[in-house]
Design a protein around this ligand. Sequence first.
Ligand code: SF4
Length: 1008
Amino acid sequence: MITPRHTRLVRVDDLHAFRRAIARLVNTSDVVPSVPSVPTVVVPSRSAARQIAHIDIPHDAVTRDELYERFHARLSAPPRRLGSLEREVVAQGAARHAAAAIDDLPFRLRPGLIVEILRFYDHLRRQSQQVKRFEELIVHALGHDDVDDRAAQRMRQQTRFLASTFREYERRVAESGGLDEHALRDRLIAEAAIDPVRHVIVAVPDWIADPNGLFVADFDLLARIPGLARIDVVCTERILASGFHERLHNWLPGIEEIAASALDGFIAADAVKPVLVTPPGGAPDEPWWTLRDREEELVTFARRVLRPDVPPPGPARPELVEGRALRQFTALPPATPGSAISRPGERHAVVFKRPLPYLYIAAEVLPAAGLSFRTFDALPLAVEPGASAVDLALSAAAANFGRESLVALLRSPHFVFVTDGREVMRESMNALDRMLSDSRYLGELTKLESLLTDQDDGGARPALEAAIDAARELAPLIDAQPASHHVRRLLAFWESHLRPESHDDPLAGRERRARSAVRDALSALAGAHEAHDDPEWTIDELALAVRRTIEDHTFDVESSGDGVHLVDDQAARFGDFDDITIVGVVETDWPERPRRNIFYPPAILKSLGWPSEKDRRAAADANFLDLLGSSAQRTVISTFTLDDDALVSRSPQLDDIHRARLSTVAELPFDDAPVFFEEALWADSPAMERLDPAARTWAELRVSRSDPTVGAYHGHVPDWERSTDGVGTQTGWSVSALETYLDCPFKFFAQHVLKLEEEPDDEEVMDPRRQGQLVHEVFERFFAEWQNAGHRAITPENLDTARQLFAQVVDRALEALPEAEAGLERTRLLGSPAAAGLGEAVLRMEAERPTPVVERLLEHRLNGAFTIATATGPRTVTLRGKADRLDLLADGTFRLIDYKLGWPPNRTRALQLPIYSLCAEQRLASHRGRAWTLGEAAYLAFKGPKRVVPLFSAPAERDKVLAEAQQRVADTLDAIDRGEFPPTPDDVYRCETCTFASVCRKDYVGDV
Ligand code: SF4
């Protein structure tokens, strides 16, 4: 039975009338006088619903989805509604079923594709299309099967797959006993509710004019649902003219039309038109503000709202005057993020197309200017810290418990791990990190377990035990298992290790709600798979599904009840403001880009009822122009040029501003009164009274600290504790440490004075330090075996023997290494058909020299006091060092060799070869009963154009090179003694790979 109903279109001129018309319709909603009922107002979003919450007559503001929820709730004993996750899971099963029956499906069934399939199905059904009709229309549009067009054939195959998926989906939904939106619609039309909704006020257009609008099927439902007595569609003239008027008449034939002024009791306000506030000195044909980025937009907004030199529009409001008196900055109450701070901005709205990132930026910018704000949009759950902890557990399992991901899991502040009844502390985790790195652990539970020995582990044991326990709990996720098992296991791990909430934490409430939202989302995912489709998942599939589930959830953030309104453009239509600032009017956002259909081109979609781009653009322009005139007094429009450092273009809609016919007024130039906390802090006498206690403590510390021009600020530490250094001044610095000083004095300070540990680095191949150790060991072993075998010098005659022995030594040394790593090192040492290895360079170098070797000193230590010559005379210094190889030659000279894995050092800065040469001459003074002098010194370098790089190219150069190196050592030791450790790398690129960058004022590099 079709209920007689009154269906009206209420036409309004602008958004002022739009809001008053809605209020009036709610006020006069006695459709069946004897039956009390509350009118239902359909709005585009929750945020919009909150904007009309001020209407004091009871009403129910709902989104489209909530409208179905209300209808569903009024049926007697209805089947339950399937949630979006459940529907997705049903669709996954249906798609797999359909794909199994089709050969050569041209695409893979990824989770993202299932979402698109379901979205397409929903659109079809909301356009009142049935699956059979969809298939017929597409096949008809593509032509006959015998047409030899590969693209058309692919599309026909895709259509068969989609139609088959849709049918299977519908069968599975029916079988589940639940209802999706489409089945519910059929039921609502067939079955009368006991207490039906009597009056629906539709305050959204269709989905073509508003992405959250109603569809053909929704208007059809409203026209046919039993018990509904009145439908009022409220719409502005501009939106109607964009094409909605014609569509509405097609869907609701015979709809009555009235002007808002004809509504009972509607009071036409005085013609209200805001002025458009243009930037100071702006061009007349560009009445918008062009700012650098989104943050600058909000900064400028705050300055405008708070500027002291312009009276506020409208009647004087003493509290606003107080708030904008920034010179009274210190008189305002203390700032607490999200709390009411001051009254300015109460009647102001910042309007954006998309809430993010404006909501995040506003949380930084507005409170810093003493402005409170209120938000109405939900934030993504994925960015809540508690949700990110799920990701850590997934990453650890996906990386097979590799060091970095495992330690990151243990270190997460959201988790607590316990061994022997005590929480594992950070020191133990750091020790574990170092231990895993030293033992070359690259993942796998069994390898992790094998590290648990009785040996001294430097305090890593509690963390190691916790890591093993965690890995055992998560290890089953690595094997393929039913989806629901995986999700429940992950959830159980997350819940059992969550750190208990702290009652003192001001954010504990938010954290609790976020945790609850994560719990609900994962439980729903597991439940949906248990109920409908439980395929075997790998860890990658699990990670993808869990991340998508969390990313799809939003999270309501409690907002303060006053201050500036931060609203999206849909909600702004429903809000009543004196002053609106429309921000972010750039090409990528305004107009909103339609979501592209991935299955069919626009021409084919048109036959299914999809709108043309022209219709959509006309509606977007109409919405924009309506919005421009929606404030009571002032409108500002701003665009920006940089988005995440990428250039963006302004929106083409800015060129339509003149169509709104607003008068303009140029803003006066801003004065330089401080607006933000930091500006007050920059003053000669910083105002700290308004900072919260924690920030104030830090600010006072910063103010009281040393003058940035003094030396301490730039690495001058005259009183550094030399006595604490066991290897520094007493036993001498190692020559390689002095080279580090020459690389960068602050790096030396961090490494050798502060003794900070470098971050370990996991690589499939060896890091440079380990490579160096291996190379030294290999050469040391080779020459030891060479000498033990009775050989002395390597000559052209025994070169092949040397090569064979070297290859044997290399093979033995590489036995313990993983295959990939061993292959790389073998090539490095023994060479490849393309290039000779380092061994060949070493052997040849000796074979080509005529003077025989009488003794070889390998890894030869050079520690103690040495005399160096300096510009001020001879000087005794204590040094430590180890020469890679010293070959004593028959002519009383020696050859010094240094192996370099990378490029040979710059000879003007190098210390090791020249200083070792000098030290060796002094140490070998009576070795074998005679003196030894340096004959040759060379680097054997892995990288660079030459393998053998001599320290000096001619004997005449020798003395000069040695003299300069000695002076460098003297100068370096003096600088260390004076405590000069400035961040002055020899090359700024060194900072990019420096592991001490996080503790270094490298921003001063170049200043000192
Ligand atoms: S980051 Fe740069 S300046 Fe700082 S210690 Fe490292 S190399 Fe030196």
